[in-house]
Write a protein that binds this ligand. Sequence first.
Ligand code: HEM
Length: 282
Amino acid sequence: MKAPVAGSPPIVGHSIQFNYDALSLIQRLQESKGDVFELNILNEDVLLFLTPSATKKIFLDPDDNFSSKHGWEFSIGPTFENGLMLRDFDDHKYHRSLLQNSFRRDALEKYLYIIQPRINSWIEEVKQKKEFYLYKSIKQLMFNVAVELFFDEVDDSKLNYLNQLFINSIKPATTIVRNPYPLTRMKKGLKAREELLEYFQEKSSSIDLSKETLFSDLVKTNKEEAGLTNFEIAEHMIFLLLAAHDTTTSTLTSSIHFLARDIDYQNKVKLESSNLSKNRYI
Ligand code: HEM
């Protein structure tokens, strides 16, 4: 059985609407086409399954039917080529196991002690301001937290520069011009990728291994024991930094946006969080 295809303008397909407001586009198409349909983004036909049971089947995938690489390479592939999500099956499992250490419960608990003071001082700063750009501010905060956690870099001038490289390297994920012509986002993104990789390769040669950061852990266990090259470690680092901070930024800013429009829900969340705060770590 063939899934219904959502009609779209030639060449650009749904890319412009998807970039502008993906949520409304998908909701509108779901209403007219049902839970399974095909649309066209960045010149690729993309089949969407919008039910919890389909999501479960696809993600558990016990028979290795579904490729993560093919699902992501048309978008983040050029600038995050060997990240975890761009790997499949045994190769994916192997590389995932190399990163596993940093996500154990005791490691996660340690991170809270680094994250919480940064967030507290951000809240104090924000309280002093009459107005500010929420997305920009949270993006920088999440990036600073991730960098501090992952490799203990706290020099603010360096952080701004690295943040800009990440912004440039994620933009090609949704840009319609897919070739790196001069002055395009793709060209700028590929250059940013190169600079990030150089930075992390250089860092993995000079890192202080006594530090308890995700990066030093990755270098210790993987360079010495698993034989990863500095390049492979750098690839994992740039993917992880992206996966950790860009997603959290969108989730937080979208949640704040919707909460700001719904006082009843805000009050429910306040109540729940004040009950939870009895079990706070710090
Ligand atoms: C609210 C925040 C987050 C959201 C919404 C989010 C969402 C996602 C999504 C949609 C995927 C792709 C799943 C797939 O198609 O296979 C993913 C993968 C991944 N995320 Fe997150 N993520 C968040 C936070 C984080 C954080 C904080 C980290 C790390 C510190 C992280 C690390 C990863 C990694 C390593 C993968 C690849 C997993 C694999 O392929 O095995 N994510 N995330």
